[in-house]
Design a binder for this molecule. Structure first.
Ligand code: S6P
Length: 595
């Protein structure tokens, strides 16, 4: 049996047909319902409020507290691939900034992402398959440290890069305390053979159980149910990751900032954890409920833009603006879209982005507002949608962003203000086409907030605004791609097969959609990847990493495969011709079926 057919996170079952959601409001409400499973759990599995998970959270909080109290000899590393790595980076940067603002605390968080800093902006999934690389970079990063709290994030419990690092921690438990964050039961961890390694993700993650029983590791894997779009762990999995990381740091910082009893008093720390989780639940429920129509209108506008070969641009600053760039970076691997289709720009460019490797250089990767002004502003047309993320925090003294926004409003593009606070700047909002007000009802959260010192309250508020912004941006970009025909039932029908996991996911999608055997699906996928009606022996016998190296940039691999298998006698040439004429797979399929 194909293991992917019953995994909850990363892949999953068809539960709603988002591909034919009848109106944009449906997309918002279905994604929102799905997100709430982070808190409600899935079937009888352990959920975020289960004792074992709360215990693992408390253990992690306790270790984080120790690191914050002893930052010279210890450090905290968050690591992952794709969205999981980006969120680790995002949170580590946020916490470091917070620590630097507090007197007497020192920045001590770090991050690792498979593929290095460029992967924060562009997908480089092949590195996700490399456990040896994972181990090496972790070892180098922590060489000087006596004690390391390592948090490895892999939503589907499927990244060999993370497994390699956890394996390293397990072999050095005197220095490392490993925490695994993921959203499948352990028995569903990926057990596929990993090239150049004698272990699998499953074998390593299972070894963690023993370390956990000796209080030397923690496994944080509440089961949260399938993603709204199969395999799109950037969505619910990403949101759950951020909720867990935020809560870990909010409670440990609370302890470090004065309430010394808390770290030894488990019941009160558990109470705080539950309060915080409830706040996240309320925000993730309340905003889509209240703003469903507004978000739906923006989805419609963004979808029209992508459908007419226009663009979806996010402009912003600071932490909220960064979420636009993270959301944009996920679109090419998820939907096979072009890097330019959905792009984010940040006031201050790389210096504000705050990555370790600094300016990532060439004009194609430039994320500054200046680059947007130079290359994109002049070409804006009615086919483009431009969203000012976190618009209420943009003031007249943010000259760069403020001025470019004035210019954007003069163009024919659809302009959207996405505000997280009562908008203070009328100048920003005036004359825009659409608005989404993500203002949180703070009064309803007061009773949860009171126990925290004022500076931490502000941090929690920021984190809640971030989660709501992330959710809204995910809804917009996902909805826009649904409208572009990139989702069929709840499958991403044009994902890039750019690593081992995605190669197998491609096979699994074809098997499920067309009811063919795995071998048949694999063969047709290879024909599509190599654009050959007849494969050579070298091609059929090559390792998966070789297929990825040779052909992962080939566009429309799955749409072509569907036509090859679904239409009798269809050749590569015919499939490609049809898809050029009818880019949406539904229409292409129907057209070929008629002939
Ligand atoms: C998924 C996203 C991917 C994943 C990455 C890591 O929507 O596009 O980049 O984040 O593959 O997955 P995981 O399961 O290890 O967190």
């Amino acid at each position: 049996m194909d293991p992917y057919s019953y995994q909850w996170s990363g892949t999953g079952r068809v539960r709603w047909d988002l591909g034919v959601a009848c109106c944009f409001n449906d997309i918002v409400s279905q994604i929102s319902k799905c997100d709430l499973e982070i808190f409600k759990g899935w079937m009888d599995h352990e959920n975020i409020f289960s004792d074992r998970i709360l215990q693992a959270l408390e253990d992690t909080i306790h270790k984080a507290t120790q690191v914050f109290q002893n930052p010279t000899k210890s450090c905290l590393v968050m690591s992952g691939c794709g969205t999981s790595g980006r969120l680790g980076f995002y949170v580590s940067r946020d916490i470091n900034k917070f620590l630097c603002r507090q007197g007497g605390l020192t920045a001590c968080c770090d991050y690792l992402i498979a593929g290095g800093d460029i992967a924060l902006l562009r997908s480089t999934e092949a590195q996700e398959d490399d456990p040896n690389l994972g181990r090496k970079v972790l070892d180098q990063l922590c060489a000087e440290k006596e004690y390391v709290l390592y948090i490895g994030i892999t939503c589907g419990l499927s990244a060999a890069y993370v497994a390699g690092q956890i394996d390293h921690c397990l072999q050095n438990l005197d220095r490392f305390y490993p925490v695994l964050i993921g959203f499948n039961p352990l028995y569903q961890a990926r057990d596929h053979q990993v090239e150049n390694w004698n272990q699998t993700c499953a074998s390593v993650f299972n070894r963690m159980q023993e370390a956990q029983s000796q209080n030397k590791a923690a496994i944080l894997n509440p089961v949260i149910g399938p993603e709204p779009i199969t395999g799109s762990s950037r969505m619910k999995g990403g949101t759950a990751t951020k909720v867990l990381l935020d809560v870990i740091f909010q409670v440990s910082l609370h302890t470090v900032m004065g309430d010394t009893n808390r770290s030894s008093n488990n019941s009160s720390s558990r109470g705080t954890v539950k309060k915080l989780l409830n706040m996240y639940y309320k925000v993730l429920k309340d905003i889509p409920d209240r703003r469903q129509d507004d978000i739906a209108m923006v989805i419609s506008a963004a979808g029209k833009s992508l459908n007419s070969n226009g663009h979806l641009y996010y402009l912003g600053k600071d932490h909220l603006g960064m979420l636009g760039l993270i959301d944009a970076s996920e679109c090419p691997p998820t939907y096979g879209s072009d890097f330019e289709d959905v792009r984010g720009f940040l006031q201050g460019g790389f210096s504000s982005w705050g990555n370790k490797e600094g300016d990532l250089g060439n004009s194609q990767n430039d994320i500054s507002i200046e680059a947007f002004t130079k290359h994109n502003l002049l070409h804006l047309t009615a086919n483009d949608t431009v969203i000012l993320v976190g618009s209420s925090s943009v003031k007249e003294d943010d000259a760069e962003l403020f001025n470019v926004w004035k210019e954007v409003k003069k163009t024919a593009a659809t302009t959207v203000c996405l505000a997280t606070n009562q908008s203070k700047s009328q100048v920003i909002d005036e004359g825009v086409n659409l608005q989404i007000n993500l203002q949180i009802h703070w009064a309803q959260l007061e009773k949860y907030m009171e126990e925290f010192p004022t500076s931490l309250q502000q941090q929690i508020k920021n984190n809640l605004m971030q989660i709501s912004t992330k959710q809204t941006l995910n809804m917009i970009s996902t909805g826009a791609h649904i409208l572009k025909g990139k989702v069929y039932h709840n499958y991403m029908i044009d994902l890039k097969l750019s690593n081992n996991k995605l190669f197998y996911r491609g096979i699994s999608i074809i098997v499920k959609l067309l009811g063919v055997s795995e071998d048949k699906a694999r063969n047709a996928i290879l024909r599509s990847m190599y654009r050959m009606d007849d494969l050579t022996t070298d091609q059929t016998e090559a390792q998966i990493s070789q297929h990825i190296l040779n052909a992962s940039n080939i566009p429309k691999v799955l749409p072509v495969t569907i036509l090859l298998l679904g239409i009798k006698g269809c050749t590569i040439e015919r499939a490609l011709q049809t898809l050029t004429e009818y880019p949406a797979i539904r229409t292409a399929f129907q057209t070929l079926s008629k002939h």
